[in-house]
Every structure is written in structure tokens, then in C-alpha cells.
Design a protein around this ligand. Sequence first.
Ligand code: SAH
Length: 232
Amino acid sequence: MRILPVLFIVLFSMNIHAQNNYELKRHQMVQEQVKNRGINHGPTLKAMKSVPRHEFVLQGLRPSAYLDTPLPIGHKQTISQPYIVAFMTSELNPKPKDRVLEIGTGSGYQAAVLAEIVDTVYTIEIVEPLGIQARNKLQKLGYDNVKVRIGDGYNGWPDAAPFDAIIVTAAVEEVPQPLIDQLAEGGRMIIPVGPHRDLRNLQLIKRRKGKLITKNRLPVRFVPFTREKDSL
Ligand code: SAH
């Protein structure tokens, strides 16, 4: 009958060991994959050191959560490589009072990273089961400042606009006009743009004194942006 308490203690300490191990891996990920590759944006580094990425991947892939790679999250979608998350976040230069719109919630990881930095994150996911799962996960982890909506993000989130920053984590051929319209004065948008099946360009678009300034920042591969009709 003593076996139960002993088993409990063993399992409990194994869990603590696993958590510590994840924390160690997470700090190494930030150092080796982000900082050493030239990203020095303090709030991004701090956020990525604290968000438990292993919570956002499929259960069986947890040991791989901190590797230098994107990973499948089901429904033919992926969680982006840590470097890409860091790059996109730092390019947005998010500020504590910002309201941010994300199109493509996926696992919810990118939303959590932003939620560590800004006031509120509004995020839209077209694949319903992914959206529901991400919403539950973010709630469980205490990210009360993330609002998840399920649907086609093409039209943005007009009732919460304008946004200080917009991040699109699926690749488009052309930037959706409604998203441009919902970018505040002084706002920044980061979005992968380019022809289908090709390498896309991560574009940084800024609105300054009413004008748009667009820069190509990095060639990337992303899952495609789909429309409601495609996903049926
Ligand atoms: N940011 C995610 C990675 C997303 S992968 C993360 O941190 O895990 C891209 C996601 O965009 C996929 O989940 C895909 O279903 C979603 N997506 C594609 N087209 C969309 C659209 N029109 N509106 C909303 N989400 C879309």
C-alpha cells in the first residue's frame, strides 16, 4: 500500500524534471536560434523565453518543440520555426499599449508570444478545430488578453480596428485591402507575399502620414492563406 505515495512522488518529480528541462531547452533556443542570428529585440527575447512552446505542439512532438524547425499541428498546418516567430515579432516592434491583429492563429503560439508584450491580441483562424484548440490552450495558460475568432481573416476584425500592428502567418498573393484599411497611422504589418507555391517575401508595411511604405525583409515559405470557399 506504500507504493502509491512513492509512485506519486516519482511521477511528481519526473514532471518537475521535465518542466526544468523544457525551460533549459527554451533558453537555449532563444540564445542559439534567435540571439546568435542577430535578433536583439529585448521584448521578443523575453517573451520567447517565457512562453511554453511545448504546450502548443502535438503531444507526441513535445520533445521536438524547441528544435530549429516548423512542426505539424494537424489539419495540414504548421507552427512556425522559432526564428521566424522571433523575426516577425521583432519586425512589428510591438509596444505595451498596442492592439495587435493576427490572421492565422494555428496553434496559438505566435499569439501567446505577442500577448506577453502587448495590451491585446485579436487572432482569427479559419480551421475551426484549430481555433477552438488554440482558444482553450491560451485560456488554460492564462492569456486572457488574446481574443480568438473562428472564420476567414480576409476581412480582418472591423469592430476592433484600427490596429497598431497586424501579423499574417499564412502566405498571400496580394495583401488583403481590408487589412491595409485596418492599420492605424504609425502602424506596422508583417505578411508573407508572393506567387503561389513559390518562395514568398516577408513584407513589412508601415503606414506613415497616411502613406504606405513597403519593404521586402526575408524570403520565406509559409502555408497558404485560404478563403472560406477553399476550406469547405
Ligand atoms: N501563427 C501560427 C502558425 C500558423 S500556420 C502559430 O503560431 O502556430 C497558418 C494558419 O493560418 C493555419 O492554421 C491556417 O489554417 C490559417 N489560415 C489560412 N488562411 C486563413 C484565413 N483566410 N483566415 C484565418 N486563418 C487562416
